[in-house]
Design a protein around this ligand. Structure first.
Ligand SMILES: Nc1ncnc2c1ncn2[C@@H]1O[C@H](COP(=O)(O)OP(=O)(O)OP(=O)(O)O)[C@@H](O)[C@H]1O
Length: 413
């Protein structure tokens, strides 16, 4: 090769992709790159770490499949999530998405150590988080005492920090879409860690799934997301607000029964707040530990986050500013809360459009027979969109990495 040709060859070399000089496919190259970043786990390593995915190592089963506890040779404890086989997503894209998520690093977000593909199997490898998820402590009368006010306030702060990171400081803006007590794990120092972030990226919607389900998490869904599929960071802010009020009150928003005249916890809190009696929602278990000014501030903050008008909800940046101030701190007056949505797994028949009620609930009596609440549909994805436009795939359907105005640069599927 002449000097001149060598020069051009070197110039274009880095842009050559598939197949490369060594005959590597694009997938292999990505695999090798990831391996260098130590993100790929050989299947055999995970089999050994979990004792062949032994039932005794099963931590539980969520919407994406079973989760197993494991221990690596280097001593690290891991949680291995075996994704169920519903996705028809290609391997390359799965690897790319998993790589993206594995770069998300924050004290208040569960670390994704890496991933593995093996035949049809797709697995995610997380850091193991010692304590149970928040819901298992907060809503169990014999356990909630472990969560005194300081711990709850720290959790409110920690989750806000984690969400701020996902929304504003990670490589892409990541909208979680499924913030709820069961997705907050607590480590050995009670540091809250947001789990299940970005999982919808690994399970993009496709036409065949669109008409079969409405994903579901009770009581945390922002009304505009539920009713119109309108997804922005403010949907997470809404769910965060519900979580804050749950932490202060020890009550589950979805199964609230403290006051028959109130529709749910958020509504109850708002009514009492308007009467100047906000502190009445505070969990009696906190009687000896609560700092009243902080609790008052958190209630107002929770109400600001759950306002029906998403434009009035604070950003997570503003939430952090509020939380960092010593009470009493000046805050906006919360306006009417939106009614938190519930999503149920149901079969939506083609051609039949469920109507959305003013409460934000999707009213579809055709679903009654097949309405089996099932967290396995819990991708936090296109609930409303699929419910209202069952045969098309909306541009909102798979987005949780979007820009701050709700547009998404990357398309799954
Ligand atoms: N990194 C982890 N460390 C320790 N336990 C975990 C970890 N990730 C998940 N678990 C446990 O595994 C179980 C299943 O978790 P998963 O996140 O799959 O579902 P879920 O949050 O319970 O339900 P859903 O999918 O409906 O949100 C839960 O009991 C959870 O506490």
């Amino acid at each position: 090769m002449s000097k001149r040709n060598t020069f051009f060859h070197n110039l274009i070399k880095p842009f050559k992709f598939s197949p490369s000089k060594e005959g590597q496919s694009e997938v292999e190259e990505i695999k090798n790159l990831a391996a260098q970043e130590q993100k790929i786990f050989p299947y055999e390593t995970l089999v050994a770490a979990t004792n062949k995915f032994h039932i005794l190592n099963k931590l539980g089963e969520g919407g994406f499949g079973p989760v197993y506890k494991g221990k690596l040779n280097d001593g690290r404890e891991i949680a291995v999530k075996k994704l169920s086989h519903r996705s028809n997503q290609g391997k390359t894209q799965f690897v790319n998405e998993a790589k993206l998520l594995a770069r998300v690093q924050h004290r208040n977000v569960v670390s994704l150590f890496g991933y593995c593909t093996h035949g049809f199997e797709k697995l995610l490898v997380y850091e193991y988080v010692l304590h149970e998820s928040l819901d298992k402590l907060l809503f169990k009368s014999h356990k909630k005492e472990q969560l005194d006010w300081k711990r709850r306030f720290d959790i409110i702060n920690g989750v806000a920090r984690g969400l701020l990171y996902l929304h504003e400081d990670s490589h892409n803006c990541i909208i979680h879409r499924d913030i709820k007590a069961s997705n907050i794990l607590l480590d050995e120092n009670w540091v809250p860690k947001i789990a299940d972030f970005g999982l919808a990226r690994l399970f993009p919607e496709d036409q065949t799934h669109v008409n079969t389900r409405v994903a579901g998490t009770n009581g945390y869904l922002a009304p505009e997301y539920l009713m119109h599929g309108h997804l922005t960071v403010k949907a997470d802010v809404f769910s965060y607000g519900v979580l804050v009020l749950e932490l202060v009150s020890g009550q589950r928003n979805s199964s609230f029964d403290m006051d028959v005249s109130a529709q749910n916890l958020v509504d109850w809190a708002y009514r009492l707040y308007k009467k100047g009696r906000a502190l009445e929602i505070v969990d009696p278990t906190l009687a000896s530990s609560v700092v009243a000014e902080q609790a008052e501030m958190c209630i107002q903050l929770g109400l600001l986050c759950t306002q029906g008008n998403q434009d009035l909800r604070p950003s997570m940046g503003r939430v952090m500013v509020i939380l960092s101030k010593k009470p009493p701190c000046h805050m906006e007056e919360p306006t009417r809360p939106g009614i938190a949505g519930s999503r149920y797994r149901r079969r939506v028949s083609r051609g039949r459009r469920p109507s959305a009620t003013t409460s934000g609930e999707v009213d579809d009596d055709s679903s009654v027979n097949s309405q089996t609440f099932d967290s396995s549909s819990n991708y936090g994805t296109n609930t409303t969109t699929s419910a209202t436009t069952p045969t098309t795939r909306s541009s909102n359907t798979t987005a949780e990495v979007v820009d701050r105005r709700g547009k998404r640069p990357m398309q799954g599927g």
